[in-house]
Design a protein around this ligand. Structure first.
Ligand SMILES: Cc1ncc(COP(=O)(O)O)c(C=O)c1O
Length: 373
């Protein structure tokens, strides 16, 4: 039998060759132009990404983490304020709250979608809740209409964590175009990935957009060299990353469709096995599959089996935030958020990238099936 090559969890190298050459030209263009900070590539990317989201303003920043931090700072959060977010997410969703001085208040996720909905959020609201952060985890849409209705009633702000949800459709609209602000990551393996760290903030408010621009650039008033209107850090997106992202952005919609096609094949090939497959969505709620995360009661044994067969897989996330040593001081205990705790023991991500070949998909599915035989 021929030896099959390993299937990686992600494949972030530029392919095909034509894309590689286009990126090369774009990077060399930046080097030759000599405008390396907040130049035409960053401004061009901001306008083009806003168009892709069908939303008003985009502020390009240095990472998804800095996008979350600046967005929360722009909302004026500080000591004494509370921000509700899911315990089952990447830790940056919470640390961004902590750096403002506000308190992260954790909530469970829905057992089916693994996303915090209005019901879970409601249980965590108090008089001090100033904002909530719905996370469109793994590319699955949070129920934004319900969350916004609750935010109007209870008067809190909404920051969407869109690090994993490029072109996810939530209640008929693009994720990141519902809340007061949205925070995107362009970490290399994301739906749109840079060749390094990069991120962006989306907002419909020109005032919030201006504040975010000031905050990412040492608090400078726009166009003002050494006049600082607020206390801000340096979280600017590199001109080179912006140039790369502009080239890749033209292909983003096709890549997200390709991810959906891979997810569909997985769904067909793995149906009937003792697994819980991720939701498929509908016309108004379309996942973008930043990760393909299924659940299996024998997760660790399955992961070992897959790796033995040359199929990479990943555990997102092995420990929910309320049980992380970093957040022990919040005082939560095991058992507080049962859906998240169960998910952390059973969730397993299969390889997912837009140009997975039918052979690679088949190899993954064969390896999964052979575990249950
Ligand atoms: C849900 C979520 N939020 C925030 C981030 C932070 O993004 P970055 O790695 O670009 O700082 C990530 C990145 O993995 C993420 O998955």
């Amino acid at each position: 039998m021929p030896v099959e090559s390993a299937v990686p969890l992600f494949d972030v190298k530029p392919r095909p060759e034509s894309l590689r050459r286009e990126i090369e030209r774009a990077v060399l263009g930046v080097l030759d132009r000599g405008a390396y900070i907040l130049g035409p590539e960053v401004h061009g990317f901001e306008a083009e990404f806003a168009r892709a989201l069908d939303f008003k303003h985009v502020v390009a920043v240095s990472s998804g983490t800095s996008a979350l931090e600046i967005a929360l700072q722009a909302l004026g959060l500080g000591a004494g304020d509370e921000v509700v977010l899911p315990t089952f997410t990447f830790i940056a969703t919470a640390t961004a709250v902590s750096v403002t001085g506000a308190k992260p208040v954790l909530a469970d996720v829905d057992d089916e979608t693994l996303v915090m909905g209005a019901k879970e959020m409601k249980a965590a609201l108090t008089r001090r809740t100033k904002a909530v952060i719905p996370v469109h985890l793994f590319g699955h849409p949070a129920p934004m209409k319900e969350i916004l209705a609750l935010s109007r009633k209870r008067r809190f702000k909404v920051l969407e964590d869109c690090a994993q949800s490029h072109l996810t459709v939530a209640d008929g609209k693009t994720a990141g175009s519902w809340g007061d602000l949205g925070a995107f990551s362009f970490y290399p393996s994301k739906g749109l990935g840079a060749a390094g760290d990069a991120g962006a903030i989306s907002t419909g408010s020109p005032v919030l957009a201006r504040i975010c621009r000031e905050l990412r650039n040492c608090g400078r008033g726009e166009g003002k060299g050494y006049f600082h209107v607020r206390v801000g850090g340096n979280a600017r997106m590199d001109e080179i990353q912006a140039a790369i992202l502009r080239v890749k952005l033209k292909r983003m919609a096709a890549w997200i469709e390709a991810r959906r096609a891979v997810a569909k094949r997985y769904g067909q090939e793995l149906a009937g096995l003792p697994l819980r497959l991720p939701p498929v969505g509908d016309a108004k709620n379309r996942p973008s599959y930043a990760l393909y995360v299924m659940r299996c009661e024998e997760r660790d044994a399955l992961a070992e089996h897959l790796r033995g067969q040359g199929v990479s897989c990943g555990v997102y996330y092995p420990v929910p935030l309320h049980l992380q040593p970093a957040y022990k001081f919040l005082g939560y205990r095991a058992g507080d958020f049962p859906n998240s705790e169960r998910a952390s023991k059973t969730a397993l991500a299969l390889p997912m990238f837009p140009d997975m070949s039918p052979r690679q998909i088949e190899q993954v599915c064969r390896a999964v099936r052979s575990f249950f035989r």
